[in-house]
Every structure is written in structure tokens, then in C-alpha cells.
Ligand binder design. Structure first.
Ligand code: FES
Length: 180
């Protein structure tokens, strides 16, 4: 009798342990929500990490959906290069993490006036530029840009290269990049 009882309690304890292992976490989890806010009121909006979501009815259920056309600009500051690696008058192209993920190319140039940080992509059709003599040149169609400002020297590009804020501190060059 004692043996039967202990076998039964062992079995029920084992089953309970397995059940806890399988559903324990989910049973105590909060319902799917967004930044701690359940989607209960149709039309309600929440902005998380620069993106606005709206509570919408989808197939009879209220769910968070990204609100079209509301992506906000993301800004990040990265240590792009060590100061010692960029001599006066020189240009370097570096890859850095982009605000929206992935990487982006920067053209860094040191002049008497300081550091200029430009987006590496030509404003004509996006091909990367490179330093050729005194200019930044896009070899796809021949546009040229001024390294210290990004201004167009020769077309077909008509817009200057995108310029970012660059500062120097603690032996490094920091660039503030925007997602737009
Ligand atoms: S993409 Fe640079 S000149 Fe056309």
C-alpha cells in the first residue's frame, strides 16, 4: 500500500514537473503586447524606438500594426576611426554600423579646419566615391566632390555628398549618423 502510494506521488510529481517545463513560462507570460501596452482600444497609437504603431482590427482581433509613413529619423554616434590614423590632408573610407542596422560607408578627411565626415555614396546614383588627387571621385559617371565640404566639383551629380557631424575626443574620431 505504501509502495503504491509512493509510486503514485512520484508519477504525479514527475508529470507536474514536465508540465511546468513545457508550459510554465508561457502560463505566466503576459499577453502579446507592445512595450507593455496591450492592444485593446482600436485606433490607439504607441511609438517605440522611433516607430509608431496603431491598434487595428485584423480578422476580428485587435493587433498592433506599424503606422504607414511614420518611421522617424534615427541618430547614432560611432567611433569611426582612431585620430592617429588620419593625417592632415588625408582621406580615409571606413565602414561603421548604421542607425537602422547593417553598415554604412563614411569618407573622413582631415584638413586645417578639422574633420569632415561625408557619406561615401555619390548623390547621382549611389556609387561609392574615393579620393583621387585633390577630389573625391565617383568612377561610375565621373562626378567629383570637394573632400572638405562634399560640394560638387563636377557633375552629373548636382547635390553635395551628405555631411555628418564629426568630433574628436579621447584619441578617436566620432561621427553622428542619421538614418535619412
Ligand atoms: S553614380 Fe556617381 S556619377 Fe553617377
Amino acid at each position: 500500500m505504501i509502495e503504491k502510494t509512493s509510486r503514485r506521488s512520484f508519477l504525479s510529481a514527475t508529470v507536474a514537473s514536465f508540465a511546468w517545463l513545457i508550459v510554465g513560462d508561457r502560463a505566466s507570460a503576459q499577453p502579446a503586447n507592445l512595450a507593455g501596452t496591450s492592444c485593446k482600444v482600436k485606433g490607439r497609437e504607441r511609438t517605440v524606438d522611433g516607430v509608431t504603431f496603431i491598434c487595428r482590427n485584423a480578422k476580428g482581433k485587435l493587433v498592433w500594426r506599424r503606422k504607414p509613413g511614420t518611421a522617424q529619423e534615427k541618430i547614432t554616434t560611432v567611433r569611426a576611426l582612431e585620430s592617429a590614423d588620419l593625417e592632415l590632408g588625408k582621406t580615409k573610407v571606413v565602414e561603421v554600423p548604421a542607425p537602422n542596422g547593417g553598415t554604412t560607408g563614411l569618407v573622413l578627411t582631415r584638413t586645417e579646419a578639422g574633420i569632415t565626415a561625408l557619406r561615401v555614396n555619390c548623390t547621382h546614383a549611389g556609387f561609392p566615391v574615393a579620393r583621387v588627387g585633390k577630389v573625391l571621385e565617383c568612377e561610375l559617371h565621373g562626378s567629383q566632390f570637394e573632400p572638405a565640404t562634399g560640394a560638387v566639383v563636377t557633375g552629373p551629380a548636382v547635390r553635395p555628398l551628405t555631411r555628418y557631424d564629426a568630433t574628436e575626443s579621447n584619441g578617436g574620431i566620432y561621427v553622428t549618423i542619421t538614418s535619412k
